[in-house]
Design a protein around this ligand. Structure first.
Ligand SMILES: *Cc1c(COP(=O)(O)O)cnc(C)c1O
Length: 480
């Protein structure tokens, strides 16, 4: 189908063409949701291959839309990993859901401006409402508390640190010191760099054998910095490290923050959502004491990219940090109960992120989310039991918040540490090259280990067993 000449310079399609186009998009998506589990999750291609496929000069003239669409479905889409595939175990998977995908389509289709109340009272209200759900869930103060949806966890951490610094240091932060563990997520370091802190203003606190921030070492570092006339101002704790799922000792860190008058930021981008399960709630005790908390709905709350979230104990901290009043926004200020989210974060123009969270919660209900999170935690426990029973596998860090690390180390052989590293690295390479599963390594206490993050409610125990058996068959060819 080609474009109508009258429409083309207005960048429009005819009503019929829009329908045809749209139905094809829906068909492609439904196929994906319905049959992704029988495809392979891994894509890999070199820059050269991708250049050969895609690198063209900007097209000056039109192309039939059907041709463009088919090309994208055949060439672009398959050259990406399927992060919602049941055998996608690496990093943090993205087990999205169809209702939220449709919600995003609506939000984008209607191009709803989610910056200020006047532009869309409904968008602002849905952000307030869903934020209140989250504040309640994490036992943050609902009257005073607040928050903002961001593009992801990185942006939420950045927003938190800007706010923390504004509240605690004002304009002079030359002596301010930030503390986090060696397992804290790299986005925190990035945020600190963006904010213009020097490397010397960050203390990386070692972790104990369970990968938790070592409290004694934290206390020593703070005391020493005070003696040197520096200004400790913020501790970043992890509530679910990405590597092992470990939760830092939140209650103890909270106490230190109280006595030392420090900002308590918790990065719960990975693990925060575990609050929905009984076991997770137990592990996350103390999370309610944070001044600011990052969570990342596009991970374990099953939303499509991009959706992160920052919660704060006092919404005024955000408005005091981010309000600017340019003349052209004068007419849309409104009254204070009518929140302009451009005053609560970095972005002015914002997409309508709250809609997907709202629609998926309303459609499936919180109980479904609770069950999905609980399922993942139980599945990971079962995988741990399974690994411990096997003579081939060794658990390196136990199932914690749906993450488990393990390595191939069969009884009867006595490989050197170096050879075990090599072996496990090769197993991962073979698995990825087979494209059957996305399973990669991480490094824990100098050991190369395989890591599974099992937050996808569509991953079955048999999927994991299949993958482990495939690993074993590759391993056998390697150790012969
Ligand atoms: C994923 C992650 C982040 C970064 O979040 P993005 O959404 O990828 O920007 C930050 N902290 C932790 C602990 C994470 O797991």
């Amino acid at each position: 189908m080609s474009l109508n000449k009258a429409n083309i310079n207005k960048l429009q399609l005819s009503k019929d063409d829009m329908r045809t186009y749209g139905y094809q998009v829906i068909d492609a998506l439904v196929n994906h949701f319905d049959s992704q589990h029988i495809t392979k999750p891994v894509a890999y291609a070199s820059r050269e291959e991708m250049d050969t496929l895609f690198n063209i000069e900007v097209p000056e003239k039109e192309t039939p839309f059907q041709e463009v669409f088919d090309f994208v479905v055949e060439k672009v889409i398959p050259n990406s990993n399927i992060v919602s595939h049941p055998k996608s175990y690496a990093f943090v998977p993205g087990p999205s859901n169809y209702v939220s995908v449709m919600a995003d389509t609506l939000a984008t289709g209607f191009n709803i401006f989610s910056g200020g109340w006047a532009a869309s009272p409904a968008a602002a209200e849905l952000e307030i409402v869903t934020m209140n759900w989250l504040l309640k869930l994490f036992k943050f103060p609902t009257k005073k508390g607040g928050g903002i949806f961001t593009s992801g966890g990185s942006m939420a951490n950045l927003t938190a640190l800007v706010t923390a610094r504004r509240q605690h240091c004002g304009d002079d932060f030359s002596k301010a010191i930030i503390y986090m563990s060696d397992q804290a997520h790299s986005s925190n370091i990035k945020a600190i760099r963006v904010l213009g802190f020097k490397k010397e203003q960050v203390r990386i606190i070692p972790t104990d054998i369970e990968f938790k921030m070592a409290i004694n070492k934290l206390k020593n570092a703070i005391a020493k910095d005070r003696l040197e006339g520096l200004q400790p101002f913020c501790i970043i704790a992890s509530a679910g490290t990405t590597n092992t799922g470990t939760v830092d000792p939140l209650n103890e860190i909270s106490k230190i923050c109280k006595t030392e008058n420090l900002w308590f930021h918790i990065d719960g981008a990975y693990g925060g959502a575990a609050i929905l399960s009984k076991k997770g709630k137990e592990l996350l005790k103390g999370i309610e004491k944070a001044d600011s908390l990052t969570i990342d709905p596009h991970k374990w709350l099953f939303q499509p990219y991009e959706m992160g979230c920052l919660l704060v104990r006092n919404h005024k901290w955000l408005s005091k940090t981010f309000s600017e009043k340019p003349e052209y926004l004068r007419d849309i200020e409104g009254n204070t109960s009518e929140i302009n989210f451009y005053d609560h974060g970095i972005q002015l123009t914002r997409r309508f992120r709250a809609l997907k969270f709202y629609m998926s919660m309303k459609t499936f209900g919180l109980n479904a989310f609770k069950n999905a999170v609980t399922y993942a935690i139980d599945l990971t426990d079962n995988v741990e039991t399974h690994l411990r029973k096997s003579s081939n596998w060794e658990v390196i860090s136990p199932a914690t918040l749906a993450v488990i690390n393990f390595r191939y180390n069969p009884i009867g052989y006595s490989f050197s540490e170096k050879n075990l590293d090599l072996l496990n690295q090769k197993i991962s390479q073979k698995i990825v090259a087979s494209r059957e599963a996305l399973l990669v390594t991480t490094v824990l206490q100098n050991q190369i280990v395989l890591r599974m993050c099992l937050i996808n409610p569509r991953t079955s125990f048999n999927d994991v067993k299949d993958t482990l058996e495939l690993c074993e068959s590759f391993a056998k060819t390697l150790v012969r």
